[in-house]
Design a protein around this ligand. Structure first.
Ligand SMILES: C[S@@+](CC[C@H](N)C(=O)[O-])C[C@H]1O[C@@H](n2cnc3c(N)ncnc32)[C@H](O)[C@@H]1O
Length: 424
């Protein structure tokens, strides 16, 4: 945690200090570590703010608030906004931003890590936001403890919005897509496959299966609803392809039994957007679920993943990539369709699916998505739905210790030691 604090302190220290709304210092693409474009980040910020504003927040707590990108878009219409962050530099900049924006009187700040909640009012907040922060948490256990303590600060019926979560199930897709763009005639496909495996193994950020959040229901007993939502946005980038948002509702809402909703399977009941549109027109205002839709945001990376796993050489890989099937759907197309038709829409990852397909719910009233409870029980420990973030500093110190130990043990023997840590 300390190393992330230092990273963010350094980023914010060197960043723009004027509080510009398009200052996205530190947001880098995984592919090339270059800054993500202002256009992509601007859409990301606007969509995130939109999702939070839909919760109609009045009393907000934001954990890991950074320099206040979310706050600037949400605080002006709230009664009070509490912001915490482990970086003192972030909180200084956030306060300046709030004062300059004329809503500083509503904002209270604390410099502290997420798990420290002393002095924050209990049962008070109607909305708690952790946006683009949990990937810097050290483990799923830490996240679970943080969510448990935050639920004490939440009023009954409050929402906890966990945004910009990295999908663990799709890490291999992301790195395969990146590797595919580097394949040249003569490239070794087995080497690229190994590179992808290594990249996934040394992922330093916490990445979670969407099912982690469903399983929270059994761990934090006052979570009554879990809504997983794919990122909104029309632009294609790492965030819209691989991240998602989750809204948890704190209990004591009357537990409605979800009604039986007709479910259409993609590929059998419906084959295209036109089929779905026609169904909605024919059956309005009946709600419907469309399940297992192939996701065009991931089509190239998904195809590359299979190609890397199955091709023997670069030529076979190129032939495979030339046969990319373009019939998949962008989740945003369903949003547009719902806007045209005048109904509401939700999109989530298909539970337990490893190929990035998604489900969509259409509903004409305020009943919500009404997803059926996940069919598979949460029998595994909740932590099995997360990676173990690779800690490069710890790995380097182990390597040093191990080398010293081997040197001492085999003293006097002619040998050299070469250690590669592949997994921790
Ligand atoms: C990518 S920024 C996101 C900032 C803000 N939430 C937003 O959406 O613009 C991540 C922030 O999380 C903070 N952070 C990282 N680990 C944290 C922890 N364990 N507790 C509290 N804040 C943390 C960092 O200092 C940084 O400001």
């Amino acid at each position: 945690m300390e190393s992330w604090r230092q990273v963010f302190d350094a980023i914010y220290h060197g960043g723009d200090r004027s509080g510009r709304s398009d200052d996205f210092s530190g947001w880098l693409s995984s592919a090339d570590r270059h800054a993500i474009s202002v256009e992509d980040m601007g859409e990301w910020r606007d969509m995130t703010a939109h999702s939070i504003r839909e919760l109609r927040p009045r009393r907000i707590l934001e954990i890991g608030a950074g320099v206040g990108l979310v706050m600037a878009a949400v605080a002006p219409t709230c009664d009070s906004y509490w912001a915490t962050d482990v970086s003192a530099t972030a909180i200084d900049l956030l306060k300046t931003r709030a004062d300059n924006g004329g809503y500083g009187h509503k904002v209270s700040t604390r410099v502290r890590p997420a798990h420290v909640i002393d002095g924050l009012p209990s049962g008070y907040f109607d909305t708690i936001v952790l946006n683009s922060v949990i990937q810097y948490f050290p483990s799923a256990e830490y996240l679970t403890k943080v969510l448990m303590s935050l639920s004490e600060l939440a009023a009954d019926g409050a929402r906890i919005f966990v945004g910009d979560i990295r999908n663990r199930r799709l890490l291999g897709h992301m790195w395969s897509g990146i590797a595919a763009t580097a394949v040249q005639p003569g490239s070794s496909i087995p080497d690229l496959r190994d590179d992808v495996t290594a990249k996934v193994a040394v992922e330093a950020e916490l990445c979670l299966d969407p099912e982690y959040f469903d399983c929270l229901r059994g761990v934090i007993l006052d979570v009554s609803e879990v809504n997983v939502e794919l990122k909104r946005g029309r632009l294609r980038n790492e965030m819209t392809a691989y991240r998602y948002d989750v809204t948890l509702t704190k209990g004591l809402r009357p537990q409605r039994r979800p009604p039986q909703i007709r479910a259409l399977s993609w590929g059998t009941d419906v084959q295209s957007l036109d089929d779905v549109r026609a169904h909605l027109h024919r059956n309005a205002p009946e709600p419907v679920h469309v399940l297992g839709v192939p996701n065009s945001r991931l089509a190239f990376d998904q195809h590359a993943r299979t190609g890397l796993l199955e091709s023997q050489n670069a030529e076979a890989f190129h032939n495979w990539m030339a046969a990319l099937d373009e019939t998949s759907v962008d989740p945003n197309d369903f949003r547009q369709m719902a806007a045209e038709i005048g109904c509401r829409v939700w999109t989530r990852w298909t539970p337990y699916s490893d190929n990035g397909t998604f489900d969509t719910a259409f509903n004409y009233d305020d009943g919500g998505a009404c997803w059926p409870a996940p069919s598979m029980a949460c029998a595994e420990p909740i932590g099995s739905h997360a990676n173990t973030p690779f800690d490069a500093v710890r790995a380097a110190s182990w390597e040093k210790e191990l080398k010293a130990h081997l040197k001492k043990t085999f003293q006097g023997l002619p040998m050299s030691v070469d250690i590669e840590i592949v997994h921790m």
